[in-house]
Design a protein around this ligand. Structure first.
Ligand code: PLP
Length: 452
């Protein structure tokens, strides 16, 4: 008899039944509550004696769960939604049940082996060399930061010294996580390269911008970040042009494909990513457009040895797990203890096969193209950027900020859709981000009609 036995079996059966139902159903959209509303409905739940399994589970099922938006709802189209496959979600439960330690080969060799096969699929899609490899981390934020740290260590090693200030080239549309990693975490300056009409970084503009910098600033540049699918606009930078400039200057090329990198597996848009095979590092989030549950980012390095030099943590008690030749995921990012967060994605890939991924991606692309056509045809709407992937950004002609806010709130209150206002070029607008294969053109038409 130990301290945690009371009511175990009944609660576990009820919890598993809840999971089975949630994974199989078309879950309602649900809605956020205020802290005061939750206080009134849920009150305090942590007590010295415990409230017991049935009551804690009831609290989740009736109060707390419905106060979380269903990001996998087919008409949840804001930010970047998440639409995991059933196999991936079930396997996430198995990963929890098995309590795998994913930080080292010694403790998790089977898990690391499987994750590395999933990483290999991505590396092959990108055209990275056989020697490429990396790790699944929590999300694009940690992936981008870990890549930038490896890039700077590599520059430090190559140059044998540091400049007055380090800097990295980005654009206005580069994700906030990259700029935050550079400015706040790493104290690195950011050179903002002007984008073209759709915010894309072009090799020619990058070259001109850098040429016009004072020599000491130019000398401090160690990397350039190309975005393969910007979050707000869904467009892909001129990766090949950027790679040329990076090569001429000896910079590290990082490609942030957190959202759009999944498009590598979609033949109809693969050409947009030409040049990615020249990346020194690349990320894609399976929890965005690759049908895996939160949270998972695939981080790949062209030369993992350089990354390991930057990230391996040395400590006496860790030495037995840093044996040469064994693949220790912790050596490739800014973390030690690690959930094997690539496993749900691996299992789903293994179960359904890569053709199913290709088809699901093409399905979302087709719906996006049909949605763009509906917007072009609607006299009350105007597309703001020609879509390349599955983001549609558009305005309702004549609407103010307040009009968008009221419309968006009503869609949620009526439990029809979750579509929030956005901004582009200083102007209020809205956007659809389509990563859910269950989202249909009719779903988009329904929302478009509500804007008349
Ligand atoms: C979402 C996103 C990120 C951040 O990824 P998280 O998984 O949210 O940490 C970085 N870059 C791009 C382009 C993104 O779309």
């Amino acid at each position: 008899m130990h301290a945690f036995t009371s009511g175990d079996d009944e609660t576990i059966r009820a919890l598993l039944a809840y999971c089975l139902e949630r994974i199989s159903m078309d879950a309602p959209l649900d809605r956020p509550l205020t802290p005061a509303e939750l206080e009134a409905l849920a009150g305090g739940s942590i007590t010295p004696a415990g409230i017991g399994g049935p009551e804690a589970l009831r609290l989740w099922a009736e109060v707390l769960g419905p106060a979380c938006l269903s990001v996998d709802h087919r008409r949840y189209l804001s930010f970047i939604p998440n639409a995991p496959t059933k196999a991936a979600t079930y396997f996430d439960m198995l990963v929890a049940a098995s309590n795998v330690y994913g930080g080292s080969w010694l403790e998790g060799s089977g898990a690391v082996y499987a994750e590395n096969q999933a990483l290999r699929w991505i590396a092959d899609l990108a055209g990275l060399p056989e020697s490429a490899g990396g790790v699944f981390v929590q999300g694009g934020t940690i992936g981008n930061l870990s890549a930038m740290v490896a890039a700077r260590e590599s520059a430090l090693h190559k140059r044998g010294g540091r400049p007055a200030r380090w800097s990295v080239c980005v654009t206005e549309e580069t994700h906030s996580s990259v700029k935050h990693a550079l400015r706040v975490v790493m104290d690195v300056d950011v050179v903002e390269v002007p984008g073209d009409d759709s915010g894309r970084m072009l090799g020619s503009t990058l070259r001109d911008t850098v040429h016009a910098l004072p020599a000491d600033m130019r000398d401090g540049i160690f990397a350039v970040v190309a975005t393969a699918g910007t979050t707000n606009l869904g467009v892909v930078d001129d990766i090949a042009g950027i790679a040329d400039v990076a090569e001429d200057h000896g910079w590290w090329l990082h490609v942030d494909g957190a959202y759009g990198g999944a498009g590598l597996a979609a033949p109809s848009v693969r050409h947009l990513f030409d040049g990615v095979e020249r990346a020194d590092s690349f990320i894609v989030d399976p929890h965005k457009w690759l049908f895996a549950p939160f949270d998972s980012c695939a981080l790949l390095y062209r030369d993992p040895v350089q990354a390991r030099a930057a990230h391996t943590q040395h400590a006496g008690y860790l030495d037995p797990v840093t044996v040469e030749g064994e693949w220790n995921p912790s050596d490739f990012a800014i973390q030690l203890t690690r959930r094997a967060r690539g496993l749900p994605f691996w299992f789903s890939l293994a179960v359904y096969g890569t053709d199913a991924y290709r088809d699901a991606l093409e399905q979302t692309l087709t719906v996006s193209r049909e949605g763009a056509e509906l917007i072009r045809e609607a006299p009350h709407l105007r597309l703001l950027v020609e879509p390349e992937l599955t983001v549609l950004i558009f305005e309702r002609i004549g609407w103010s900020d307040d009009d968008y806010t009221a419309w968006s709130a009503k869609l949620l209150a009526d439990q029809i859709a979750f579509v929030t206002p956005s901004r582009h070029a200083g102007q209020v607008c809205t956007r659809f981000a389509i990563v859910n294969p269950r989202t249909s053109t009719e779903d988009l038409a329904l929302i478009i009609d509500s804007m008349k």
